[in-house]
Design a binder for this molecule. Structure first.
Ligand SMILES: *Cc1c(COP(=O)(O)O)cnc(C)c1O
Length: 547
């Protein structure tokens, strides 16, 4: 038994055992540092994987009869690190953040305590930290923190899901007991995250009851189309219960106008004597820009450059409406720079959560005792990790200003990238030009074509398909050379109309997503060099086919 006890932290706080743990951590950190290279986006060279890589793992993996040593364990952990993506300056693929040091220490603290965030008797640290971060971020979002509530959950997707649970329960309080009525409908823009589809399925509403609303040139929801579609549903005896307003779309940082969406929805439902639909701001990604809601753009204490300031102000004009949403989300594992998964779901009115809460008598193990005041029986999870501890550590260490500096730099770097890209590569269009933010989407065209024409529906079906192919070739090149500069791509950036037909076609674009604190404006020339090289290469490949 003594041998087994050595696999645990000490019971009595002895220094020797602590030193053992520190030695292991030092070894692990050192091994990771040895693999780092600022000119690579992986830890060491990328792993070469044969086509039967996972199959081989399946056949060759067994639980060892006798456990190994700590040294073996560090070796095997280090092996897992090898070839792993790493967020150095050229890591520009998507919103996969580098976990900050406060975020890591917070997570480590939560793991050391290993409390269960389900109940404050089992996880007092989590309950305390969670209460604090709910209040802190409610204030940032503009909620009244005396009325709001929330919890940390399984991702931005979990937030979209619980928003829908609330929406159903608000319209049909009996639904929690009787099941969901079959005439409920939910709405989001074409640019929204697919979370809503899964949520519709899982709540029993059904994916066919998800109505997609068209977007405008800036990739935000078209309120006129929303109104039309709401009316159409209502006239067919459907009930609109839930509208997801995406505030910062994942591919192009389009920001829905919550104020207008809410006004449109309320006008429409009221006219048909229906209750208001629940509005969820899917602010998982973009909500962090609410850190600028109280920034004084006139005195500009951070001395931000004019173009950065204008970009931020444009974002803030939309983010200031966050508080109008009935619920919202902050994915700290995105722009909050904490480890996976640290998503915070907030509701404006805490009493909404009562609608989906379990009765105390239904959770007999915990919560209905005479002790403990904090029992999260409204969450879909039972046991919960205390990810709020990581969030708390990050919020306290960065402060509002720290986040402002980081978030402003993402805007700055993207503006610099767009400028240089446009100056140097005339057959590339930035397709989210209207959206300053952490991401730039761009698309390669044949001579004389561009995004302006395409998004206005002035290209033919063939031209759009050809352009998609051209961009797919670019993806291939980027993918093959991703160890150097890791760009992102998407095959459904937007849906466009074309002149010789009346359906919609998807648009393929590449993306630069800045998520590393180490990416700065001076690194953008090399990125444009890389894109130029890829364009030249794909053109060369194409020539023989064209001739
Ligand atoms: C990332 C993202 C999601 C999904 O969040 P997870 O944390 O991955 O579950 C949902 N909506 C938006 C807008 C996102 O950016």
């Amino acid at each position: 038994m003594k041998d087994i006890q050595r696999l645990f932290p000490s019971e009595d706080g002895n220094g020797e055992r602590r030193d053992e743990l520190i030695t292991l951590l030092t070894a692990l950190l050192k091994n990771m540092d040895d693999l780092k290279d600022i000119n690579q986006v992986t830890l060491g060279p990328p792993k070469k994987k044969s086509s039967d890589f996972y199959k081989h793992l399946t056949t060759s993996s067994f639980v060892p009869q006798v456990g190994g040593s700590f040294t073996d364990m560090i070796d095997s952990m280090t092996d897992l690190m090898k070839g792993h993506p790493f967020q150095s300056r050229n890591f520009l693929t998507n919103v996969l953040p580098m976990a900050s040091t406060p975020g890591l220490i917070g997570q480590f603290t939560a793991s050391l305590l290993n409390g269960n965030n389900l109940w404050d008797v089992y996880g007092p640290a989590g309950a305390e930290a969670e209460t604090k971060v709910i209040a802190m971020m409610s204030k940032i979002a503009g909620y009244d923190s005396e009325r709001s509530w929330g919890y940390t959950t399984w991702g931005g997707q979990g937030a979209v899901f619980t928003g829908l649970r609330l929406a159903i329960a608000k319209y049909a309080p009996d639904a929690v007991a009787e099941g969901v009525p079959n005439n409920l409908y939910v709405f989001s823009s074409e640019q929204a995250h697919y979370s809503l589809l899964k949520s519709a399925e899982a709540t029993g509403i059904g994916r066919n009851h998800v109505i997609k609303v068209r977007t405008k040139a800036d990739q935000s929801m078209d309120e006129d189309d929303l109104e039309e579609k709401l009316i159409k549903v209502i006239e067919a005896d459907g009930i609109p219960v839930y509208i997801v307003a995406t505030t910062g779309t994942t591919d192009n940082f389009g920001i829905d106008n919550i104020q207008q969406i809410k006004a449109t929805a309320e006008k429409t439902t009221r006219a048909h004597s229906l209750p208001s639909a629940h509005i969820h701001a899917d602010s998982a990604l973009g909500g962090f820009y609410a850190f600028f809601n109280d920034y004084d753009f006139t005195t500009n204490s951070l001395q931000l450059e004019d173009d950065v300031l204008q970009g931020l102000q444009k974002i803030q004009l939309r983010m200031k409406h966050l508080h109008l949403a009935d619920s919202l989300c902050f994915d700290f594992q995105k722009l909050g720079q904490t480890p996976y998964v640290t998503s915070l779901f907030l509701v404006r009115e805490k009493q909404d959560l009562r609608l989906i809460d379990l009765d105390a008598s239904e959770s007999p193990y915990v919560g209905d005792r005479g002790y403990g005041d904090y029992h999260t029986s409204y969450t879909l999870e039972c046991s919960r990790m205390a990810s709020s501890i990581s969030i708390l550590a990050a919020l306290n260490l960065f402060g509002i200003e720290g986040y402002q500096v980081l978030l402003a730099n993402y805007v700055r770097v993207n503006l610099a990238f767009r400028k240089e890209l446009m100056e140097r590569l005339s057959n590339i269009s930035v397709t989210n030009h209207d959206n300053p933010g952490p991401v730039t989407a761009f698309r390669l065209y044949a001579k004389d074509l561009d995004w302006q024409m395409e998004s206005a529906g002035r290209l033919t079906k063939q031209q759009i398909t050809d352009t998609n192919q051209r961009n797919e070739a670019l993806f291939e090149y980027f993918g093959e050379h991703r160890a150097r500069i890791f760009l992102g791509d998407t095959k459904k950036f937007d849906m466009v109309q074309y002149v010789d037909g009346d359906s919609l076609l998807p648009v393929y674009v590449s993306k630069v997503f800045t998520i590393s604190p180490y990416t700065e404006t001076e690194h953008m020339s090399a990125v444009v060099d890389f894109i130029e090289e890829a364009v030249k290469y794909t053109e060369k490949v194409e020539e023989p086919i064209l001739c």
